[in-house]
Design a protein around this ligand. Structure first.
Ligand SMILES: [Zn+2]
Length: 103
């Protein structure tokens, strides 16, 4: 049995490291798509990403303190970024596709 590699990422606010799947990802869209930030619900979107804990606390701080703008070098985050991230915390992306048998 090989140990499974678990990707670890760091929250841009509290600097705590966690498994990637427990963090929310914000991605900088490629220039050809207009640039700017998007919330990446799948964790697999192309582009440079930054991560934040799935907690209202860290999300609010990240947005207020412009952590995503700084860490991804974009001039401004979309005004609904905090809302979009919080919506994801309430419904964390499921790893298993619909209909998959539970372990
Ligand atoms: Zn955090």
């Amino acid at each position: 049995m090989k140990p499974r590699h678990v990707p670890i990422r760091m929250c841009v606010v509290c600097r705590q490291t966690s498994e990637k799947k427990t963090l929310l990802r914000v991605v900088r869209r490629p220039e050809k798509d207009g640039g700017g930030l998007s919330v990446d619900a799948t964790g697999r979107a192309n582009g440079r990403g930054a991560y934040v804990c799935a907690s209202a606390d860290c999300i609010d701080k990240a947005v207020k303190q412009k952590r995503f703008e700084r860490s991804l070098s974009v001039p401004a985050a979309p005004p609904n970024l905090a809302e979009a991230l919080k919506a994801l915390c309430e419904q964390p992306p499921s790893e298993a596709p619909l209909g998959a048998a539970p372990l």
